[in-house]
Every structure is written in structure tokens, then in C-alpha cells.
Design a protein around this ligand. Structure first.
Ligand code: KG4
Length: 316
């Protein structure tokens, strides 16, 4: 029997719907409220929830049309159940429950962060011998390193105690008056030439923390001594060194691990991609750039991988 999965992602500001047939992505439609976010310099949770209400239907119909399927062909409904903004998650849940009721199916709850971990496999073959691997998730709302033994056996090794990497880059971008989102803008003006020596990195076994970087950069901006690109590049370099130091630390603790999978919006960053490739004896796998940011294809993919690989009903 065909597996035709409807994926629904509304954890933050992006409204995304995907259709996947037997593991192959047929369509993935995402609407992003960039105009709204730009106006406020960031995401406003209530406005994101209203955006989902307005666009979820549109995304769904466009997706069905592009996938060239009938609604009655859908065999599974999977949606992001956590973590995320309460109002945003709620819209996705209501939509998923209604679709599942209509089709007489039980909706599958998918964890957004775990879906980011497996987003590399949307368009790359998955093999069980990938396990165990390290996952680095760097997005607007989350920053963590995890040791992944299986789909449901994931140990978080380190997590930010304050801002996420994307969040801090967006805030620095806003302070520098760069176009929203700051992370993407900083990537586009990055230069390796002149860099400011910011401050020492704490020992690698400490928790991630990025609030100090934000304050340091704000103080540097006030001094008006450096160009935007020098400040932005120095901040990005500091972040990348921090990520690399922590990854090296965990790689030395878990010598059996030979690969790292990176995910989340910041994983689209060119410098990060370049820099992590220099880690010795380790293979780094990055998602295709379209699937680095929030998307419903990764929700459908994780649902599909679980359907095929997890025998236990509890896993679904
Ligand atoms: O995963 P994502 O789409 O959703 C949230 O968790 O919100 O990540 C969005 C984040 C934003 O902070 C954005 O600035 C960052 O990803 N981002 C980037 C790049 N493209 C998007 N950061 C650095 N370099 C990029 N090329």
C-alpha cells in the first residue's frame, strides 16, 4: 500500500504544508510573513498565529494541486506538536485533527526539533548505520547538540541557556540595521579580512550561552569604530568557533561517532558549512538549503521514517 503523508508545520512563523509519497517529496509549500516580521524587527507570536489562520488553507490546496493527488489518497496526517509558539502550534493541531477526522485517520505528533535532525534525509537516502551520530541544531528558536541513537532515543548533550544562535544573529542584524532576518544578512556581508577580538570562549563543557555576545556587540556598535561587515563577521566567527569547540569536545567524548548532521535555519550559513568541513575524521551532513529553514517536508519525512523503521506503536 502507498504511504501518502500530509505534513503540517506551524511551530513558529512559517506556514508550511507538504505531501510525501513513499518517502519521495511531491510538494512542499511554505508561506513566510517576512513583511510582518520586517515591520516589527522580529516575530510577533500573535501575528504569526493569525498568519497561519489565513494561509494554511491556501498552502494545503496548492500542495494538493502540485502533488497531483486527491485528498482521499492521503494515508497519514503528521503535524508539529512541539516545541513552538503556543498559538502557532494550535492552528496546525486544529488543521491536522480536522483532516485526520475527515479521512478517518489518527494524527501523528511530530517533534519539530527531531524533524530538523532528520531533515537531511528529505532528499538523501537514510540507512540505519547512520546511528549513532551527533546532531547540531541551530535555528531561530533552538540551539542544541544531541547524541542520536535512534528516532526515539536522543540524548541532549548541550542546549543554550539563553538566546538561540539564529535569534542572536537576528538581534545583532537588527542593531546593525541590516535587512531582516539578520542571520541571512550577516551571511551575505561576511568578510574574513578584519576581525575584532571579542572575548574568550568558556570551557567547551559549559552550556551554550549567547546573551554575552549580544551585549558585547551592542557596546561595539555604540563605539562607532568599526564597519557593519567587520562587526557582523566578528560576531559570526565567534559563534562558529563556539559551535566547533563544543562539537570537538563531544566528538572526543564519543569516539564511536563518525558523523554529524546539522539542521535548522542557521545551517544554511556558508561560513558554518565551510568551517565544519575542517573537523578531522568526521563527515558533516547539511540539509539542502531549502530544507534548512522550517518546512513541512521534514515533518512528513520524520513521520515516514518512523512508519517504516519503528515497529512499536508507542513510537508513532
Ligand atoms: O529554523 P528556522 O527557519 O526557524 C526558527 O527557528 O525560527 O530558522 C530561522 C533562523 C533565523 O534566525 C535566520 O536569521 C537564520 O535562521 N538564518 C540564517 C541563514 N539563513 C537563515 N542564519 C545564518 N546564515 C544564513 N544563511
Amino acid at each position: 500500500m502507498n504511504r501518502i503523508i500530509l505534513g503540517i508545520e506551524t511551530s513558529c512563523d512559517d506556514t508550511s504544508i507538504a505531501i510525501m509519497k513513499n518517502g519521495k517529496l511531491l510538494s512542499n509549500i511554505t508561506f513566510t510573513p517576512n513583511n510582518i516580521n520586517k515591520k516589527y524587527g522580529g516575530i510577533v507570536p500573535e501575528l504569526s498565529a493569525r498568519f497561519h489562520c489565513e494561509y494554511i488553507d491556501k498552502a494545503f490546496w496548492q500542495c494538493i494541486k502540485k502533488a497531483k493527488i486527491k485528498i482521499s489518497d492521503i494515508t497519514h496526517v503528521a503535524y508539529t506538536s512541539e516545541p513552538g509558539l503556543a498559538g502557532s502550534l494550535h492552528i496546525g493541531k486544529i488543521f491536522a485533527n480536522q483532516m485526520a477526522m475527515l479521512l478517518n485517520l489518527k494524527p501523528m505528533k511530530i517533534n519539530h526539533n527531531i524533524a530538523h535532525i532528520f531533515s537531511y534525509f528529505i532528499d538523501h537516502n537514510f540507512k540505519k548505520d547512520f546511528f549513532p551520530f551527533l546532531a547540531l541544531i541551530v535555528s531561530g528558536g533552538n540551539t542544541f547538540i544531541a547524541l542520536v541513537f535512534d528516532f526515539d532515543n536522543i540524548k541532549i548533550l548541550n542546549q543554550t541557556v539563553d538566546d538561540a544562535v539564529g535569534e542572536v544573529l537576528d538581534k545583532i542584524g537588527r542593531a546593525l540595521k541590516l535587512p531582516y532576518p539578520g542571520g541571512k544578512s550577516i551571511d551575505s556581508i561576511f568578510t574574513n579580512r578584519k576581525n575584532i577580538n571579542l572575548f574568550k570562549h568558556l570551557p567547551a563543557n559549559n552550556k551554550f550561552s549567547f546573551a554575552g555576545l549580544k551585549t558585547r556587540i551592542l557596546n561595539i556598535i555604540i563605539q562607532k569604530k568599526y564597519s557593519k561587515s567587520t562587526i557582523a563577521s566578528s560576531a559570526l566567527k565567534w559563534v562558529i568557533t563556539e559551535l566547533k569547540m563544543k562539537l570537538s569536545y563531544y566528538l572526543s567524548k564519543f569516539p564511536l561517532v563518525t558523523s554529524i548532521i546539522i539542521g535548522g535555519g542557521v545551517s544554511a550559513n556558508k561560513q558554518l558549512r565551510k568551517s565544519l568541513q575542517t573537523l578531522k575524521k568526521i563527515k558533516c551532513f547539511f540539509p539542502t538549503k531549502t530544507f534548512a529553514n522550517d518546512n513541512a517536508a521534514m515533518i512528513a519525512k520524520l513521520a515516514d521514517l518512523k512508519i517504516i523503521n519503528c515497529k512499536s506503536k508507542n513510537a508513532l
